[in-house]
Design a protein around this ligand. Structure first.
Ligand code: NDP
Length: 304
């Protein structure tokens, strides 16, 4: 284990704050720098577009002259870039300066890209921790917010207290892809749920209603979801898809109504049609009398 992170806790005891470099000053990176400065950390920053550092420098952050200088300034480096391709663009030309650094990569990407990124970073003598931030920039610095982490446990433990200035931490294990996997699972639910809301707003608009008109009903519907999640989770893990509570044939009729309600209103039907197509595959596979949770068995395999 490189001594650099093994001894971080001793080098920066409780009474002093660990200095941090933040590379990437989009809305997320900026919020992180503000949170670190507020907690008394010395922060060095670097960004491709230099002007994005102005307000942070006014608050006391130090602007590094180059990405190389930013890496050299501190052992702990937080990356907040658009994706892992941006990491290579920024760090490849200065990769010699990576040695002995701990890179906490809070840029999102696929689990496979994060695993490859972690290998690349370690080949250059640094330690890579993957992070998946689950809140928008306004949630940074808030105790109720959380970030998934994965990668070498010693590095995580050594820097945990500094990382907890940003959000609570949820360490998932040594595999660098795990934090990205958890993050992407959240995004699957976020994007599809929000698209369902956009669909409802389009349907409302076609019927002379505003988004505000339907917000209470939409909120109540979403609030009911946790009950469905826990009910079906137990049955799915037990391999139970019995049609005692709901039947796929009933679900098929319902999603056809949804599809036709949208078609009749003249709004886009791509989303309800995709839902109906999945239900139809379930029926064709012989699950008409089973619960609609049986669709999960179809979804475990990519469609040929
Ligand atoms: P942005 O995409 O707005 O900005 C990220 C930073 O990446 C900017 O500093 C930008 O530099 C830099 N960048 C992008 N491409 C390159 C490149 N080719 N070379 C050099 N620098 C580059 O992202 P956010 O700040 O919103 O988010 C950062 C990360 O956090 C992302 O991975 C995002 O998915 C994740 N995240 C964001 C959330 C959010 O609500 N914003 C929520 C949860 C996670 P420049 O300023 O020069 O353009």
């Amino acid at each position: 284990m490189p001594p650099s992170y093994a001894h971080a806790a001793e080098v920066f005891p409780m009474s002093s704050k660990q200095p941090v470099t933040v590379i990437g000053l989009g809305p997320m990176g900026q919020a992180m720098v503000h949170a670190l400065l507020s907690q008394g950390h010395h922060v060095t920053v670097w960004n491709r577009t230099v002007s994005r550092a102005d307000a942070l420098v006014a608050r006391g952050a130090v602007l590094a002259k180059s990405a190389e200088a930013a890496l050299s300034a501190n052992e702990l480096i937080v990356l907040s870039l658009t994706d892992y391709n941006a990491m290579y663009t920024v760090l490849e030309p200065v990769s010699h300066a990576l040695s002995d650094r701990v890179l906490v990569n809070l840029s999102s990407d696929t689990p496979e890209k994060t695993r490859a990124g972690a290998r690349w970073v370690s080949e250059h003598g640094a330690v890579h921790l993957t992070g998946g931030v689950t809140v928008p920039p306004s949630g940074i610095g808030q105790r109720k917010s959380s970030t998934f982490y994965s990668g070498p446990r010693h590095a995580f433990e050594a820097h945990r207290s500094t990382l907890e200035v940003l959000t609570r931490t949820d360490y998932r294990g040594e595999d660098p892809g795990l934090a990205a996997l958890m993050y992407q699972m959240g995004m699957v639910m976020f994007w599809t749920s929000m698209l369902s809301y956009w669909q409802v707003i389009a349907l409302a608009d076609a019927n002379g209603l505003t988004a505000a008109d339907i917000l209470p009903h939409a909120t109540e519907t979403m609030n009911a979801m946790p009950g469905f999640l826990s009910f079906y989770t137990e049955r799915i893990d037990a391999g139970e898809h019995g049609g005692d509570v709901d039947r796929l044939a009933m679900g098929m009729a319902s999603v056809e109504h949804v599809l036709h309600t949208n078609a009749d209103a003249g709004v886009d039907t791509v989303l309800p049609a995709a839902v109906a197509a999945l239900f139809r595959r379930g029926i064709e596979s012989g699950h008409a009398a089973d619960s609609f949770s049986s669709l999960v068995e179809l979804m475990k395999t990519a469609k040929a």
